[in-house]
Design a protein around this ligand. Structure first.
Ligand code: AMP
Length: 209
């Protein structure tokens, strides 16, 4: 089963994707993580993507599609996967269908914009293993240190307040219409994304047949 997680930046997609992946025993494919790794390693894709990611804009479809195709072709994706951050535009969703990659469900995690800005300023990520924490809602056991791998936690550059507002604008304009796309296919499920992390996880898992 291929699952798509939809939702604004800061809606908890990354945190919930990794919880669901553990329960379902499938990998999470996060195009944001793939692009950030490419930028860090200064690959050709990374060099092309950097300016867009830093500005909170969407990376052009061709660049992301190539990075995605490469990842989902790997052996661990054969039994299904969770897409976090892809598709983000209608053309990206259409491209998936054209490739014969048809997500069984699109789960939209809904959080009001007013909550998002507060959430994102407290978000801390591990650049080594991509684990996500929050200073207030999901704190690491030891402040600033990743529970999973022990590396230092940092704030993503694009979680800076001005960039967060731009990413929210881009979400509403370009990504939110995906809800209609999957609703027409009968595959959209809306999940309230406020409250306790484990409670949201329970709501998401309930949507899976
Ligand atoms: P995320 O970690 O999902 O919030 O993604 C971080 C950034 O990576 C986004 O703000 C975009 O610049 C870029 N990005 C991630 N996924 C996509 C996508 N499917 N299409 C275009 N840009 C993307």
């Amino acid at each position: 089963m291929i699952l798509v997680l939809l939702g604004a930046p800061g809606s908890g997609k990354g945190t919930q994707a990794s919880l669901m992946a553990k329960s379902l025993n499938v990998p999470v494919i996060s195009t944001g993580d793939i692009l950030r790794a490419a930028i860090r390693e200064q690959t050709e894709t990374g060099l092309k993507a950097k300016a867009y990611v830093d500005a909170g804009r969407l990376v052009p479809d061709g660049i992301v599609a190539e990075a995605l195709r490469e990842r989902i072709g790997q052996a661990d994706c054969a039994g299904g996967y969770i897409l976090d951050g892809y598709p983000r535009t209608i053309p990206q969703a259409e491209m998936l269908e054209e490739l014969g990659i048809s997500p069984g469900l699109a789960l939209s995690i809904e959080v009001p914009d007013s909550d998002i800005e507060r959430r994102m300023t407290g978000r801390r990520v591990c650049l080594s293993c991509n684990a996500v924490f929050h200073t207030e809602y999901n704190p690491a056991r030891q402040e600033g240190v990743c529970d999973v791998c022990g590396e230092r936690l940092t704030r993503r550059e694009d979680d800076e307040p001005g960039t967060v507002r731009e990413r929210l604008r881009v979400y509403h304009e370009q990504s939110e219409p995906l809800k209609g796309f999957y609703e027409r296919l009968g595959r959209l499920r809306i999940v309230v994304g406020t409250g306790d992390v484990s409670e949201i996880n329970r709501r998401l898992m309930e949507t899976i047949p």
